[in-house]
Design a protein around this ligand. Structure first.
Ligand code: NDP
Length: 284
């Protein structure tokens, strides 16, 4: 039976570290501050943004939630981002995705100052990550890596499979695992023999967005399984991409949904915000 990787316990540890970092900055007269822009009324986005504001309060980080109407134009949004970039009191700038269809997300993300890019989505940060240079790591893959490391099982030399190649999860996840000396196979909807590839993996990361996608036959006995997916199951309940009960019978370690990667993503945002405040205060 797999050991559960408890995102709640681990995230609390990372948030406590962020909180002590924020407290140390405050002693030096620096108040770490995150600005989050949300455009429109997407209920899931609103929930995520409210969660981020709560996390900030918990960690002693100031936060501003800037709510803009659905019909906000791209130019107006770019101006808001530019104003936050120029505001010395703001250390982290985050634009909640997805944006309404009339706004091109890449234009907005690219406009965020790299030193305030606490999501790690700007080309500068992505490029630095590819090169293995100091940067803001994207929060979800960074959270997954922390979960893997929490098992105490060495990553170096292991065969890792990542299912999903999005810019925010799958691709950076593959890069981070490569940097840890895993041998990585990055799978997607065009991958042939996906089941066999997964079943040979020591580390399996599922970031597909389909409930029950990873079945027990795709899990190697003794593997570490990290479930990034956030879905609603047939019963309406929140679930991941992995058939948790069946996969738990084969894996050595497995992360649940809820109570897994989602909480780690939030904790990593707090860490990045404190890092941004340090960076902009000349302390890094
Ligand atoms: P995307 O929709 O951007 O990417 C999904 C990926 O899955 C694509 O690369 C796609 O392949 C691949 N895929 C789809 N169908 C199959 C298939 N049948 N076989 C193999 N691969 C397939 O999603 P995201 O990366 O943004 O998110 C993935 C999941 O993670 C979602 O459930 C999302 O809600 C969740 N998520 C969770 C976060 C957290 O904090 N816990 C944060 C971000 C996302 P292709 O590229 O070929 O289309």
């Amino acid at each position: 039976m797999a050991q559960r990787i408890d995102g709640k316990v681990l995230a609390a540890r990372y948030k406590a570290e962020a909180a002590s970092g924020a407290a140390a900055l405050q002693k030096q007269g620096i108040a770490p501050r995150l600005a989050v822009i949300i455009v429109g009324e997407n209920p899931a986005s609103k929930t995520y943004v409210a969660g981020k504001a709560r996390d900030c309060a918990e960690c002693g980080i100031l936060s501003d939630v800037i709510e803009l109407p659905e019909q906000t134009g791209e130019q107006a949004l770019l101006e808001r981002v530019a104003a936050l970039n120029a505001d010395d009191a703001v250390h982290g700038v985050l634009v909640q995705l997805p944006l309404p269809a009339h706004i091109q997300e890449s234009h907005v993300i690219h406009a965020i100052a790299p030193e305030k890019d606490v999501d790690g989505f700007t080309p500068i940060n992505v490029g630095r990550m590819v090169l293995g240079e100091e940067c803001f790591l994207p929060c979800t893959p960074a959270g997954c890596l922390a979960m893997l490391q929490s098992t105490g099982v060495p990553i170096a030399g292991k065969d890792a499979v990542v299912i999903g190649r999005s810019n925010i999860v799958g691709k950076p996840m593959a890069l981070l695992l490569t940097a840890q000396n895993a041998t990585v196979t990055l799978c997607h909807s065009r991958t042939e023999n996906l089941r066999e590839k997964c079943a040979a993996a020591n580390i399996l990361i599922a970031a597909v967005g389909k409930a029950g996608f990873v079945t027990a036959d795709m899990v190697k006995p003794g593997a570490i399984v990290i479930d990034v997916g956030i879905n609603r199951g047939a019963d309406g309940r929140l679930c991941g991409d992995v058939d948790f009960a069946a996969a738990s019978e084969k894996a050595a370690f497995i992360s649940p949904v809820p109570g897994g990667v989602g909480l780690m993503t939030r904790a990593m945002l707090m860490q990045n915000t404190v890092k941004a405040a340090r960076l902009q205060s000349g302390l890094l």
